[in-house]
Design a protein around this ligand. Structure first.
Ligand code: DGL
Length: 264
């Protein structure tokens, strides 16, 4: 099957990696919107317009389903996408369902999101529904996604990146010191799992990310919509990638994703 994956930049690779692990024989088209990254400080109308355009680009490749591998875009645009296009979409939302698996009543969480996600109606509704007594702290990261973007594209050294990441997450680190029951950070932006080990080192928290659940959901949708049956033994040797909409499609081997800690 042909599966489109979209994000502002490289964050969706954290979802693509899980899709590949679960369904290695599909043809993936990864389209990012580098010219407009980050999405995390953009307005709703702008994001809707961009996501409509990215969808139209992917439809030219005759994809069967699109994974919106971006929390910010899901929060701001998925309803509009579903209302305007017939193709099925799978989105991603911060993993607040973790509360259902809480091991002890003394375990607290913080969810890390972009500024746009933090103020979006969809996220605040979800938070109200799943966490009515506010057990989960919300922390909006101002520039973490941009830092990860620069780091991935070798525009900053590992050392500089880790210094900046630490500064960005200093408040969380301090919160952990004053609130020992704080156990985990829910990664509510697809860029963040790419550096989950560095986030864990900087904050002293475990990290949680629903990438595998999104891959499972995608597979279920393919099964129910297209009577899809996964090929057994073939694995594609890479994926199609456009870093921005004006670029041509390029082939990338799967080990391209090993640049990040999630799969490295
Ligand atoms: N990776 C995206 C998300 O999950 C967007 C980050 C950004 O571009 O600010 O929210």
């Amino acid at each position: 099957m042909r599966i489109g994956v979209v994000d502002s930049g490289v964050g969706g690779f954290s979802v693509l990696a899980e899709l590949y692990k679960m369904m290695p024989a599909e043809h993936y088209f990864y389209l990012s919107d580098q010219e407009n990254a980050p999405y995390g400080n953009k307005e709703t109308s702008f994001l809707k317009e961009r996501l409509h355009l990215l969808t139209q680009e992917l439809l030219k490749e005759k994809v069967d389903l699109i994974v919106v591998a971006c929390h910010t875009a899901t929060a701001e645009a998925i309803e509009s996408l579903r209302a305007n296009f017939e193709i099925p979409f799978v989105g991603i939302e911060p993993y607040l369902n973790v509360l259902n698996q809480r091991q002890s009543p003394n375990e607290d969480y913080v969810v890390l999101v972009t500024e746009t996600t933090a103020r979006s109606k969809r996220f605040l509704d979800l938070k109200g529904r799943l966490d009515p007594t506010s057990l989960i702290n919300i922390f909006a990261c101002k520039k973490l996604a941009s830092l990860i973007e620069s780091y991935f594209h070798d525009e900053m050294t590992k050392g500089d990146f880790e210094v900046e990441l630490k500064a960005e997450l200093e408040l969380i680190h301090n919160l952990k010191l004053s609130q020992p029951s704080l156990s985990s950070a829910i990664l509510g932006c697809t860029h963040y799992p790419l550096v989950m080990r560095q986030i864990e080192a900087a904050t002293g928290l475990k990290t949680l990310f629903p990438g595998e659940a999104i891959a499972r959901r995608t597979k279920e949708r393919l099964l129910s919509l297209f009577a899809y049956s996964a090929p057994i033994d073939s694995s594609t040797n890479g994926f199609s990638y456009r870093r921005k909409v004006t670029d041509p499609w390029q082939h990338r081997p799967w080990n391209y994703l090993q640049k990040v800690s999630l799969i490295g």
